[in-house]
Design a protein around this ligand. Sequence first.
Ligand SMILES: [Zn+2]
Length: 219
Amino acid sequence: MPDLWDKKYKCPVCGASVGTKKVFTGKVRIKSYEADLKPVYEGINPLLYSVIVCESCYYSALESDFETQISPIFREEIRKVQDEIKIPEMVSFSQERDHKVAIIAYALASLFYKVKNQPCRTAEMYLRMGWLYREINDEDNENKALAKALSNFEECYLNTYVESDKEPMILFYLAELSRRFGKREDAMRWFSTLVSKYKSATSFYVKAGKERWQELREK
Ligand SMILES: [Zn+2]
């Protein structure tokens, strides 16, 4: 049985039909999680396919909001971003993807989320981009991507409305990425907010956050 199947979407910017590969849910196997909760997959890596890219106009977004209509107030800015995009001709987003192609897809999506004023999503794009760089052992670019993830998570948390089901994840990454970049005070503060605000929550992020906070306090 194959790992991938073909799906079509309609681009909300240019109206083109967008073909993309999707991973069969039953094929996704998580072997383990790294310290920052990055999943380690066995076999097919679904991180390579989460962003849909329109090959006609390069508009890109996560599958869950790709077809969402775009407010007219962002149209002009989106056009400006599109004018700046230069993609090597041999890159295809609709076929099987390697890390290089997927990283370009996340970079594109981060530009559009930025324009649409969605720093939380922008942060998630940079986080996953960092993870893909880690998988190909490019530490320099991993650090650059994760630093951008942190500044966007900060903007997201401090300046936008955060839904409560997303808040533990965001607090976890604010803390974990601050720790990574040597901002111990910030890390302690974010872990403490996470753990005290979500004391009884069974969230994966709260559980991991408690452990990381404990480790940090003992150092
Ligand atoms: Zn398009």
